[in-house]
Design a protein around this ligand. Structure first.
Ligand SMILES: Nc1ncnc2c1ncn2[C@@H]1O[C@H](COP(=O)(O)OP(=O)(O)OP(=O)(O)O)[C@@H](O)[C@H]1O
Ligand SMILES: [Mg+2]
Length: 525
């Protein structure tokens, strides 16, 4: 039963909304009725048009065609300010806040002109909201000190504080731990109980099944269908999205690890912000082995990635590849030794956004055979490789010559994966390789990582997606505050234990026997 969903009638009517970008119809006569008091998921392949639709609902984009109706009245917006005025809030994937300020200040920022604001009253109001939603955060705490999940709550409480009625969230769970997801969902459920309406974008089908009342599936800009969640399975949804059956847990026989490939020995790496430094981290990767590094982002993954690929030099410690030190070598030199890498922050590190898609596909090899001769790019091999990559990875772009900036989040990731996996690497360092990928693309990337391992490559897989870590890893290391907190094998642990380690809590044998061994917790799901 979906108690929350029925009562209110249609609050937001999306009526044949179309939006065209050069070369692509991102939304094609999209019609969805959002009901008051429901949690409505938007689901679809990378590039299906979800963010475009969300941006239209939040006044960022104008529809070229079609109309929106809020409680029956036409809704015209020219900016997010209008959306907020109409009662619509949004949590972007990369939400913004002002770190040196307090939670309270961030929530009420831009609210009232300062001189009229009664801070005492505002604090009481926010505390009341926190109490109602069972959230334990100090309104006076500095935002920079909160966890990512808690930071995300600020946007949500802004919505509640200002009495908005509809909240849109674009892939909010991509950055959360399992515990963080549960907390977020607790808040969303309570919002629903209070009659608020939630529109949620996520690629994770188990989340869709858990939280939503109804789901709208988009495919190539069109609505495939809107269904009651209770009437469908994960497989049904996956099939609706990608038009074929999808395997959630890819087949993995396990690796047969060979010689020692990568040795990281007690490295210290400072980070500029002070957060996420490495404080004496050690780990190893063998040939033919996938080592999963599980951890909440901000615990040193970026520093580890940068140190391994030669972007940042450790202040002490040693990194050896095939027995030889790589500390102090340039990024280009390290890549030429057979290290391929997929960074977590693809927009900043992995791509030149103003280059064409085909240029990004050969980035780093644009001066070497077969793509260049006499310092000039050779069109044929470049175009040939681009075509092959676009086909293989199903990169959605109007053409290989399109500017990379216009691709959707997931398709950007595919460009990097295609480039890096094509190089027959000895060592693959991948950070969140499937974050933001749709289920079909994620399946493909996971298979490819296993293939590379089976060909003898070592893979260092940093991921917050524990299902992925369990599915792919031969060994699991948990990173917390710049060190490896624990190391184990997938068969010797479960999601809950790893989740606790990720939160910096060592599993005490006496604390609630549940965590000891709750069956094969890691499997399927
Ligand atoms: N500003 C833009 N300029 C040109 N094309 C764009 C722009 N924004 C989006 N597109 C294109 O519109 C289509 C839909 O993109 P959108 O970002 O809405 O997809 P999405 O469903 O959110 O995908 P993902 O799951 O990868 O985030 C894509 O083909 C994308 O390349
Ligand atoms: Mg998107």
């Amino acid at each position: 039963m979906t108690e929350g969903s029925s009562a209110g009638g249609v609050i937001l009517k999306i009526d044949r909304v179309s939006k065209r970008f050069p070369g692509v119809l991102a939304n094609d006569a999209v019609s969805v009725d959002i009901e008051q008091g429901e949690i409505h998921c938007l689901l679809g392949e990378n590039g299906a048009g979800k963010t475009t639709l969300a941006d239209i609902l939040y006044g960022v984009h104008h529809p070229d065609d079609g109309a929106l109706y809020l409680k029956g009245e036409p809704l015209r917006m020219s900016s997010p300010k209008d959306a907020i005025g109409a009662g619509i809030g949004m949590v972007h994937q990369h939400f913004e806040f002002v770190p040196p300020m307090s939670v309270l200040e961030n929530v009420i920022i831009g609210a009232h002109s300062k001189q009229w604001l009664d801070m005492g009253q505002a604090r009481r109001r926010l505390q009341e909201l926190f109490d109602t939603y069972d959230v334990r955060v100090d309104p006076d705490a500095e935002v920079g000190r909160l966890s990512v999940g808690e930071q995300q709550w600020i946007e949500i409480f802004k919505t509640l504080y200002f009495g908005l009625e509809i909240l849109i969230l674009d892939e909010p769970t991509a950055v959360l731990t399992p515990q963080g997801v549960e907390q977020l969902f607790g808040i969303l459920r309570r919002m629903r109980e209070n009659g608020l309406t939630v529109i949620l974008i996520t690629h994770k089908l188990n989340e869709v099944m858990e939280i939503s009342d109804r789901v709208t599936v988009l495919r190539r800009g069109k609505v495939v269908d809107t269904v009651d969640t209770a009437d469908v399975t994960r497989q049904d949804l996956a099939r609706m999205m990608v038009g074929r059956d999808v395997v959630f847990t890819v087949e993995n026989e396990g690796g047969t690890p060979g010689g020692l490939l990568l040795e990281v020995d007690e490295i210290h790496v400072e980070s500029e912000s002070g957060r996420g430094s490495l404080e004496g981290l050690s780990l190893t990767v063998r040939e033919g082995e996938i080592v999963g590094v599980a951890g909440v982002s901000g615990n040193g993954q970026n520093a580890l990635f940068d140190a391994l690929v030669g972007v940042r030099e450790p202040s002490s410690g040693e990194i050896r590849l095939g027995g030889g030190s790589i500390v102090g070598l340039s990024a280009r030199k390290i890549a030429s030794l057979g290290v391929a890498s997929v960074p977590g922050d693809r927009i900043r590190q992995g791509l030149v956004m103003d280059f064409r898609v085909k240029e990004n596909l050969i980035l780093g090899r644009h001066r070497s055979k077969p793509y260049a001769s006499w310092g000039l790019l050779r069109r044929r091999p470049v175009d040939g490789f681009a075509k092959q990559s676009i086909d293989e990875f199903e990169i959605m772009t109007p053409s290989a010559a399109h500017v990379t900036r216009t691709l959707s989040g997931g398709n950007l990731q595919k460009v990097i994966m295609a480039r890096e996996l094509s190089q027959a690497p000895k060592l693959l360092v991948v950070h969140q390789p499937t974050r933001g990928l749709d289920v079909g693309a994620a399946e493909y990337v996971r298979r490819r990582l296993i293939q590379e391992r089976d060909k003898g490559a070592g893979v260092l897989l940093m991921s917050e997606d524990l299902d992925e870590i369990f599915n792919l890893s031969d060994r699991i290391a948990v990173i917390y505050e710049g060190r490896i907190m624990a190391e184990t094998r997938p068969g010797d642990t479960d999601l809950e234990e790893i989740g606790l380690w990720m939160a910096g809590i060592s599993s005490e044998p006496d604390a609630a026997g549940a965590s000891a061994s709750s069956g094969n917790g890691a499997a399927g799901e």
